[in-house]
Design a protein around this ligand. Structure first.
Ligand SMILES: NC(=O)c1ccc[n+]([C@@H]2O[C@H](COP(=O)([O-])OP(=O)(O)OC[C@H]3O[C@@H](n4cnc5c(N)ncnc54)[C@H](OP(=O)(O)O)[C@@H]3O)[C@@H](O)[C@H]2O)c1
Length: 358
């Protein structure tokens, strides 16, 4: 990809998603002419290297987005709520990783493999102008799920999706990784770790069936935690299938990075055979299939640092002709966050990346 004149900002540049953005800008040779890195006051003055150039981290202040075309946000809901509208006011497209705007009517919840037709078209060297807007990046567990479901929805129609997740600690940011490492060290030294600041229980050598807070309001969402509700609602919005039934159960496990999901997908029309459904998945954009014939399957460590959504262990549920089971794994910091954001930008500009990982 030739160098171009796209001026970008990354808010949350010192976090795990923000740092992944910077790695991807390099790896994909994203054609930026200007890069502004933002984090909290505490990180002001830190230096980061991107594309062989040194950039200094600054804090957010009025006017800080002036002249930028794209601003990637990865600093949490509160910062996005306050600052993403300011980026749009300054004439930029704000690609937001937080949950602040995802379900807002009129806000695109973007996954290029699923709904690129909704994205505005931008030209390198031209300001977004009237196309300046917030585009939301979905929740990490939702993104990998919809990339795997999209080809099945198109070919067979979707009736019911049941998903259970196995989510890594990096999904809770830098603090999540540190908490697992510290507690693991304590446990290995023979001590019993106590609850830390990030997870609701000690995470070392254990699984926690709660991600986010529980709904206890007696509504249809009662008993679910917020991560599960995100998956259920966002999947319907992205696939533009408001009536598809989606049921999610999310679990935090003590892996460092990448999320895995076991998925039961009930199709509207039966698939003829395993080979047929594997062929549909193998051809799908963004999916890498481990077929039955490969006698192998992807793992979370394998998916870490790579771009695709890996699908394996596809097999029919013997209890129901139209239900198939599969294992879906992807890097939550890449496709689940920064990579999806950069792909949204590339799609808007009609760009192809210089390189993809695996
Ligand atoms: N981790 C994932 O897998 C994942 C996936 C999808 C979406 N997301 C979303 O992405 C966002 C970032 O997540 P993360 O995992 O990267 O978290 P993280 O590692 O905790 O990083 C948070 C970032 O926000 C910055 N920040 C904090 N206060 C700020 C302020 N007042 N002004 C500007 N920046 C500020 C931090 O800067 P300092 O270092 O200076 O504190 C840091 O750069 C969250 O909205 C999260 O929900 C995360």
């Amino acid at each position: 990809m030739a160098k171009g004149d796209i001026r970008i900002g990354v808010v949350g540049a010192t976090g795990v998603v923000g740092e992944t953005f910077q790695i991807l800008l390099d790896q994909r040779a994203f054609p930026f002419s200007e890069l502004r890195l933002f984090a909290s006051e505490a990180s002001r003055g830190l230096k980061r290297n991107v594309d062989g150039r040194e950039f200094e981290v600054t804090s957010l202040k009025d006017g800080c987005f002036d002249g930028l075309d794209i601003v990637f946000f990865s600093s949490g809901d509160d910062i996005s709520k306050e600052w993403a509208p300011k980026a749009v006011k300054a004439g930029a497209v704000a690609i937001d990783n937080s949950g602040a705007f995802r379900m807002d009517e009129g806000v695109i919840l973007g996954v290029p493999e699923c709904n690129a037709d909704l994205f505005p078209k931008l030209k390198i060297g031209e300001r977004p102008g009237a196309r300046a807007q917030i585009i939301a990046n979905p929740n990490c567990s939702t993104i990998q799920l919809v990339v795997a479901l999209k080809p099945l929805a198109d070919r067979y129609g979707l009736d019911f999706v049941r998903v259970s997740s196995y989510q890594s600690v990096s999904g809770a940011g830098k603090a999540g990784i540190e908490e697992l490492l510290e507690q693991t060290k304590l446990a290995v030294e023979g001590e019993i770790p106590t609850k830390g600041a990030t997870f609701p229980k000690p995470i070392a050598f254990d699984a926690i069936p709660q991600i986010g807070s529980f709904v206890t309001d007696g509504s249809a969402d009662d008993g679910f935690c917020s991560e599960e509700i995100k998956i259920m609602k966002e999947t319907r919005k992205i696939l533009r299938l408001p009536d598809v039934r989606v049921s999610a159960f999310t679990v935090r496990i003590p892996t460092l990075n990448s999320h895995a999901e076991t998925v039961w997908v009930t199709l509207k029309k039966p698939a003829a055979s395993l080979l047929e459904i594997e062929a549909v998945l193998a051809e799908a954009e963004g999916v890498e299939l481990f077929s039955r014939a490969s006698r192998d399957y992807p793992t979370q460590a394998f998916a870490s640092g790579a771009d695709p959504v890996y699908v394996g262990r596809v097999h029919k549920d013997p209890n129901d002709e139209t239900t198939w089971m599969m294992w879906v794994v992807s890097d939550n910091l890449r496709k689940g966050a920064a990579l999806n954001g950069i792909q949204i930008a590339e799609t808007m500009y009609g760009l192809k990346p210089a390189a993809e990982v695996r």
